[in-house]
Design a protein around this ligand. Sequence first.
Ligand SMILES: [Zn+2]
Length: 623
Amino acid sequence: MKLLIAALALSASAVYAAPSDPIVAGRDYHSCADPSAFRVKHLDLDLQASFEQKRLSGVVDLTVARLAADATALSLDTRDLIIRQVWWIRDEKNLQPLRFSLGARDPMLGSPLNIDVPAEAGAEFKVRISYQTRPQASGLQWVEAAQTANKTDPFLFTQSQAIHARSWIPLQDSPQVRVTYTATIRVPAGMRAVMSADNRTDLSADGVYRFTMPQAIPSYLIALGVGKLEFRATGPRTGVFAESSIVDAAANEFADTEQMIQASEKLFGPYRWGRYDLLMLPPSFPFGGMENPRLSFITPTVLAGDRSLTALIAHELAHSWSGNLVTNATWRDLWLNEGFTVYLQGQIMRAVYGDGREAMEEVLGLTTLRRELATLGPGDQVLAIDLRGRDPDDVFSEVPYEKGALFIRWLASRFGTQNVDRFLSDYFDHFQFQSIATEQFRAWLEANLLPQKPGAVTSAELDEWMFSPGLPQSAVLPHSDAFVRVEQARKDWLGGMPAADLPGRNWTTHEWVAFLEGMPPQLKPAQLAELDAAFHLTATGNSEIAFNWLRIAIRNQYAPAWPRLESHLTTIGRRRLIKPLYEDLMKTPAGAERARAIYAQARPNYHPIAVATLDDIVLKGKR
Ligand SMILES: [Zn+2]
């Protein structure tokens, strides 16, 4: 998943005292499943999507291995599911009903589904569960036609990471349980269903789509999208699924995808998933992208027209190695997914677009990390974060991403970039299709990289990186010459140089973001009007530049930007591009009033994950 560039600052309420008993490495505290007793190995889904009822309904058959011979109580994760019936499939013609119960609903974890499995079912058996979702399912968003690109048909998409798969499939919802799956998805004729599986590129006449995913993946990577979608190939193994009004723009924006795959294969080993396609989601998608295997889900806010925001694609693609192939065993180990991915993303971007652009990306990443570290309690600044008792969605910060990447770059500074890349390639090979914890990575590092140059790093340094708050002194910080020039330009303008003389016409998105981010808190109305007149910032079609400009507008009560602020907040649901704007607005009484008015209008169209975050800020006034 990608948050990208700006801060996703946590609320003060997130300062949290961890339990005092020691954490058990590799134990998943966010699932009721006991994968040492039973382990789900395969799913066969058969689901019908009803846009009228906002409901998926049907059955899932789970193939389960009984690992503890005496285990009879199979516990699955669910959240807000209606479970109709459970059977043991003795064979297709012989279904035996099983006793089951739904446990009390935990607000964070949902309700365990407990199933009594008879001993005679043996060491491997299949259960069938008939169920339906509820309209409030946290992992599903039913998007109204008016909120889509074409505005003609509704759209459905899933977001299973971190623990939302359980809101649309009853399963062992833990990143250390990997499953293969097949699915039959029934949608209204004329619409198309796509999944993190083998997607057909033609349209089904009857609205029935069948999928096979033969590679074992964790539950958070099971994904489904349904919409009025077209397909455009962008290469022999790459393409884009999108609504007709944006499909050509998307195919053009992401034309470099094959080149990115080749760059990554050269560094980190073969791409093991067959095809790599992109699904363009409606703007309400709360994230930048989601690395669903074979089919990354992508926000349309990166359609800048000039390929300036394609680092997002490099990021989601890099997850095909770090995350999807070698997976964090628990959400505490998220940095193994995200820190490694930001590092790989950088290596891909460097290979495809050169050092200068990657340097800018890294500086912006560091700026964001520093800003966020200043708002986080010490426990939240640690790579291997203690998440016991907390919702993993609330604690996805820049730390596992940017601090994690700085850790790998620090290793590269000590052992050489080529050696570290080769080490990572071996690591992906060795642990492929496994889920591992921080401690396993550490042992692998100590056995395979450290001996290459004894004494190059100390155990104390590794401890500091993995288990201590803040940024270690030894971090190797990025530098961008282009940003030095941008800073000079900002100084010149603040010193009285006319805006029209700024070199902004040639600036990339990154340079504009850096220029705007570094502005002093207070500017004069005439200064904003002058900058706006010269570069049409209020009217920009680039969502990143708009976001940074709107922050300045809010700080300085720049009224000409109000209509744009309102349209930005009511059309985009990407949490990183809206949350800081609401936070800024809430700082003054007039702003708070504006925030509440806009939020009342926008809230019905936001994703449940965004609503959970924004309710705290706008309705409950938490900061
Ligand atoms: Zn990611």
